[in-house]
Ligand binder design. Structure first.
Ligand code: FES
Length: 193
């Protein structure tokens, strides 16, 4: 994982803690890379080095700000149908969190170690998802999904969120590779609504 400082100025109503932008580059074989930046693209690098765009992440409205309660996850699939994720208002500022308090984040609930389900295992006191029922990995959702306990060595994939002018929370990318997929956009059916 690499951490990149953002070039975007923070919104006036968001704490600076939320402004760290991260980019995960995950290679599968020699040819596929998933970029986790705004306007995320799935890019294939052809022999000779040319980049070919294959698909883009869909922009999907997940919920309205008024739907959220601190510590109460909202389940949704993203970017493919069946890729289970949680939208959560943590109640404390988080890396890449959005909203008035920078505390709204979303993560895959598929454990990056071997793919076991983490749904139902959010603990708001510690802001963690886990322990995983299979090998106990636990992920800190305030720290970009960093594993804090257990055997996982990768961060839990974080869903890139934005807030539109109506207060809708929109998913528009993923940082990190979701377990069990060639990329975050294949194989499977991309959500369109
Ligand atoms: S599958 Fe979650 S820790 Fe192994």
């Amino acid at each position: 994982m690499s951490s990149l400082p953002t070039s975007d100025p923070p919104a006036a109503n968001q704490p600076r803690l939320t402004m760290t932008r991260r980019q995960f580059l995950t290679s599968t074989g020699a040819s596929l890379v998933v970029g986790g930046v705004a306007g995320s693209l799935l890019t294939r690098f052809l022999p000779g080095g040319q980049a070919q765009t294959l698909a883009t992440y869909p922009k999907i409205q997940i919920a309205h700000l008024s739907d959220l309660q601190v510590g109460k996850p909202i389940a949704f699939d993203y970017p493919l149908k069946g890729q289970s994720s949680y939208l959560i208002q943590l109640g404390t500022p988080a890396l890449d969190g959005i909203g008035p308090h920078g505390d709204i984040v979303a993560f895959s609930t598929i454990c990056v170690h071997m793919g076991c389900a983490l749904a139902g295992r959010y603990k708001n006191e510690q802001k963690v998802l886990g322990p995983c029922p299979c090998h106990l990995s636990t992920y800190d959702l305030a720290l970009a999904g960093k594993p804090t306990i257990g055997v996982a060595t990768e961060n839990l994939p974080q869903i890139e969120l934005t807030l539109d002018s109506e207060g809708m929370i929109v998913a528009e990318g993923v940082w990190g590779l979701i377990y069990g997929f060639e990329s975050n956009l294949m194989p499977g059916n991309v959500r369109t609504s």
